[in-house]
Design a protein around this ligand. Structure first.
Ligand code: GLU
Length: 387
């Protein structure tokens, strides 16, 4: 690998403003004793603290609840029934969260436990709520430690594996980088145990059928997720503009190892998360409402600002919070965006100062009606030089 390539790869991890790290159960919990691998966890916490010091925001997706809980309930090592794994998760999650709290608090980092179910990422309103909570936690400097809410998730309504959960979280948080730490170095062209010519694939910029076929081998049995689910996770992540790295966690300081050029497979995204999100907003087929702007607001939008209620003269349509709306000025659409208030609430605050929102609505919502990150100009020049 050339020095330039090496730098580019390290930068994907070191310079991602938002980084998601997924940790597999087999790394955290010793399979035989069911005990926590504390020394390893400490070394990962060290890497996370370094990332925080560099100014990165970090989210952890941690497995291990079931693995930690089963021993305490005296459950057998073989496959558990659904109710048994739910019970094990209830016992294990509290221990898992405690372990993360201990190792991160020792490095002056605040930890937040977040348990998600499938609906939290698939249902629009819940997705927006979870996204807002993650954003708040991250902006306050906390480290969300996320797991599936295994105790209430039933077979039909669960992610099942944390690789996919981690990819959904990365998408929801608009993260630029997701590292899946598991027990393999990455994607191999064939099973290295059987094929002496098998080698590690270091870069994947396009998830072709050949790549999927490589994952579909005997290696897919490794860990709870396996390589096939990792490829599925990679598809979700890269389509959301997030680079994904599969690396082995069977070493101390596993993130540092990736930064220093250790073996891993990178799945690279061709766009940034913000660009993907904006394209998605612009591509909405049927905006649910219309918001009419005054000249000042149209001008502010053209200069990359958010839309405040004060700059709105009229609204129409029965939209909900989080819906895509069309923003109009002078009879034409100038932008589209995700609105932060329902039509009913928006009608009461338009034309008013943001500081009055709380007294009018009785709760403290966002200052912006449409935040600039949720907004895309559909007509570039309009609004310029007016007002
Ligand atoms: N949520 C499960 C646990 O904490 C793990 C699922 C997985 O490892 O993919 O035990």
């Amino acid at each position: 690998m050339s020095v330039t390539e090496f730098r580019v790869r390290a930068r994907r991890l070191r310079e991602a403003p938002r980084l998601v790290v997924k940790v597999g159960s087999a790394l955290l919990v010793d399979a035989k004793s069911g005990r926590l691998n504390r020394a390893w966890l400490e070394s990962l916490a060290e890497d996370i603290a370094s990332a925080k010091k560099r100014g990165q925001q970090v989210i952890v997706v941690s497995s291990g609840a079931i693995a930690m809980g089963r021993r305490h309930l005296g459950l057998p090592p073989n496959r558990l029934r659904l109710e048994e794994s739910q019970a094990a998760a209830a016992v294990g999650q509290i221990r898992l969260a405690h372990a993360w709290q201990e190792v991160l608090a020792a490095r002056d980092l605040a930890v937040a436990q977040v348990l998600l179910t499938l609906e939290d990422t698939e249902d629009r309103q819940r997705y927006l709520n979870a996204r807002a909570t993650l954003n708040t936690l991250l902006s306050l400097g906390a480290i969300p430690v996320i797991n599936e809410n295994d105790t209430v998730a039933t077979a039909e309504i669960r992610y099942g594996d944390n690789d996919r959960l981690a990819a959904r979280v990365a998408q929801m948080a608009s993260a630029e980088c997701l590292v899946l730490l598991s027990d393999i170095d990455g994607l191999y062209t064939a099973d290295p145990g059987r094929d002496p010519k098998a080698h590690l694939v270091t870069e994947v910029s396009n998830i072709t059928d050949d790549i999927v076929a490589m994952a579909d081998g005997p290696l897919s049995d490794v860990g709870s997720g396996g390589m096939t689910t990792k490829i599925m996770a990679a598809r979700i992540a890269v389509s959301a503009g997030c680079n994904l790295c599969i690396a082995s966690g069977h070493r101390l300081n596993p993130l540092k190892a990736v930064e220093e050029g250790g073996p891993c497979t990178w799945f690279t995204a061709s766009q940034t998360p913000l660009a993907v999100r904006k394209q998605w907003i612009a591509g909405t087929l049927k905006p649910r409402g219309k918001i009419f702007l005054d000249a000042g607001a149209a001008n502010a939008l053209a200069h990359g600002k958010s839309l405040l209620p004060a700059g709105v003269t009229r609204i129409s349509g029965a939209f909900n919070r989080g819906d895509t709306v069309s923003l109009l000025y002078d009879g034409g659409e100038v932008a589209r965006g995700l609105v932060a208030y329902s039509a009913v609430d928006a009608a009461r605050i338009i034309g008013k100062k943001s500081s009055a929102i709380e007294s009018i609505l009785g709760y403290r919502g966002r200052e912006e009606l449409v935040h600039r990150d949720d907004l895309v100009m559909t007509v570039q020049s309009q609004g310029d030089g007016r007002g």
